[in-house]
Design a protein around this ligand. Structure first.
Ligand SMILES: [Zn+2]
Length: 395
């Protein structure tokens, strides 16, 4: 019974459990392949006669809080007709494997989430050194990865509001390329200059937010035609302008009205089917009462749907029209948006062709914040970098 349960837990259908020892420090599970015979690789006949066997050990995930060691009893058969003595081979574990992949992934994930290595080592029955090695072996020792065709750039604060760092991501592979100190034009230029020309030539798309320093740096290195402004940043500018309008209206209202107005907080840009009837009616009424708000909301909706366009030429004209509309408005926030969009026009339009966003970059940015919050060990700049490069890639 117990054996059957453990076999279920192990989930290694190639093997059956032939024995176990429950130690205080460790559980040893002895396994043998299910098959009773193998096919002779030379003469293709079935050999059942066992000549000898040897064991190999593989670490696995703990059971009931105790580290587990799998002992594979691998047999050597003897082929009578041709005298060959072939060893059996496992389909599950490669020749030299010393631990299961699931153990590796678990330890790595927990370590990157901030589990102290001494504790992990004890829990999983491995050395601290191994925890460290597994955690960082994909960080390439903190060396940057090669630039790809499409890269995303973003910045993050080492501590809130202080000391900014830049972060470069391969948008096709979803992997971090490097992170370096500073976020000024010179910092960016210096970093890119340190890459080989061959690498730089590969870059066709650079996705940025509308930060002027990066823009200048990228233009200096790659020329005019590679930048794409992240669509979410464009929309965010518009949403900030909307909030200004909302605040201005709220000031004109008495307390009760302001409360009702505030209730719609996140619902001003939702589509009709995301609202219940009451919300929709309320929004309709407010829009009717404040034409300025209506104008702003309609404009943002149009900007958002602009990004769904497929063809560059009509998109270009449509964006020009949107800018014209904002410029002609009597509202100052809309005029300002017109100016911003106008300034970044080409880089915004390029989105239609490439369709890259800084989504992965933003995701890594959140992970970096998490990594930095678990502050230990990160005072060492090199370790911090390694951790970021190891923690943000695909696991
Ligand atoms: Zn044979």
């Amino acid at each position: 019974m117990a054996i059957h349960c453990i076999e279920m837990l192990l989930d290694l259908p190639e093997f059956r459990l032939i024995g176990l020892t429950l130690g205080d420090q460790r559980i040893d599970l002895h396994l043998q392949r299910q098959a009773h015979a193998i096919v002779c690789p030379r003469c293709q006949r079935v050999c059942e006669r066992i000549k000898e066997s040897r064991t190999r050990s593989i670490r696995d995930l703990p059971i009931l809080g105790r580290p587990v060691m799998l002992w594979l009893h691998m047999r050597r058969f003897q082929c009578k007709p041709c005298q060959l003595r072939p060893w059996e081979v496992s389909e599950t574990f490669d020749e030299r494997v010393k631990w299961t992949n699931r153990l590796y992934c678990r330890v790595r994930a927990e370590s990157l989430q901030g589990g102290p290595s001494s504790q992990l080592a004890r829990r999983y029955g491995i050395s601290e050194r191994t925890v460290f090695r597994w955690t960082y072996e994909k960080s390439r020792g903190g060396r940057p990865r090669q630039l790809g065709r499409a890269i995303g750039i973003d910045e993050y604060a080492r501590r809130k509001g202080h000391h900014y760092h830049t972060f470069i991501v391969d948008l096709d592979k979803g992997e971090p390329i490097d992170t370096f100190n500073g976020r000024r034009t010179d910092d960016g230029i210096a970093w890119f200059k340190s890459r080989s020309q061959q690498e730089l030539d590969r870059v066709e798309v650079v996705v940025l937010d509308m930060s002027k320093a990066f823009y200048a740096g990228i233009r200096a290195i790659f020329g005019e035609s590679v930048q794409v402004i992240d669509r979410f940043h464009v929309v965010k500018y518009a949403v900030d302008a909307r909030d200004e309008v909302l605040r201005a209206i709220q000031k004109q209202l008495d307390e009760d009205e302001a409360k009702a107005f505030k209730k719609l907080r996140k619902r001003w840009l939702k589509s009709k089917d995301q609202l219940d009837v009451e919300e929709w009616l309320a929004r309709h009424a407010w829009r009717h009462r404040f034409p300025k708000l209506r104008e702003m909301l309609d404009w943002i909706q149009d900007l958002r749907s602009w990004f769904d366009r497929t063809y560059e030429k009509p998109a270009r004209e449509a964006l020009l029209k949107l800018i014209e509309r904002a410029r002609a408005s009597a509202q100052e926030p809309l005029n300002r948006l017109a100016g911003t969009l106008d300034r970044w026009f080409e880089s915004i339009v390029r989105y239609i062709r490439h369709r890259y966003t800084n989504g992965p970059t933003e995701g890594f940015n959140n992970k970096i914040k998490l990594i930095q919050r678990m502050a230990y060990g990160l005072r060492n700049e090199h370790n911090r970098r390694k951790r970021i490069l190891a923690g943000c890639g695909k696991t």
